[in-house]
Design a binder for this molecule. Structure first.
Ligand code: COA
Length: 158
């Protein structure tokens, strides 16, 4: 799948909102917003990250211009972290891997960090294909599950 990263527009937000309210996606990601269906919270969050110079956030679009998801880099200089979300109808076509590879070109600092629920095999595979290695694990409360979940910590070395 050919993909491009571009700046986020207002028109992308309803697509992201729907993607991030998909129960299967929430189950995979596990560490989600407390209430992903809270539109006001979603709007405030996106307004904040879009104007934050420390956040690189991009819309992932396919060759047909369809919005397939988003990818971002955030966090303090000593702990920059990547995250991404692909809409379910686009899963399994290489979108996340291609998006993360392009995002890494926009964020030259190393190490970069990432997290994934220990059973999120798709995200773990995406990270490993892009060169991330497991550096540890934690067990934290995951809003998407309503309980504690094992989480793997990753880093992309120099
Ligand atoms: C996880 C996610 C990003 C994967 O996106 P994707 O575009 O389907 O991933 P890709 O097509 O690039 O797949 C990359 C690899 O992962 C594998 N993979 C993808 N989903 C998988 C799954 N559910 N189980 C096992 N392997 C999976 C693919 O087979 C591929 O491996 P391969 O190249 O060895 O065949 C996507 O399912 C998603 O956005 N989920 C909801 C949000 C989320 O979990 N975000 C990450 C939070 S850490």
């Amino acid at each position: 799948m050919g993909i491009t990263l571009r700046g986020v527009t207002d028109a992308d937000l309803p697509v992201f909102f729907a993607q991030m309210n998909d129960p299967e996606g929430i189950r995979m990601a596990a560490f989600t917003a407390k209430d992903p269906s809270d539109s006001a919270h979603f709007q405030a969050h996106w307004a904040r990250i879009r104007q934050d110079p420390a956040v690189i956030v991009r819309t992932v679009v396919d060759d047909g211009g369809e919005i397939v998801g988003h990818a971002s880099v955030f966090g303090p200089p000593e702990g920059r972290e990547v995250t991404y979300w692909i809409g379910r109808q686009h899963w399994g076509r290489g979108a996340a891997t291609a998006a993360l590879r392009k995002l890494l070109e926009l964020a030259p600092e190393r190490p970069l960090h990432a997290r994934a629920a220990a059973d999120n095999l798709g995200s773990i595979r995406v990270l490993e294909k892009c060169g991330f290695v497991v550096t540890g694990n934690e067990r934290d409360f995951a809003n998407g599950w309503g309980e504690e979940v094992d989480e793997l910590l990753f880093a992309l070395p120099d």
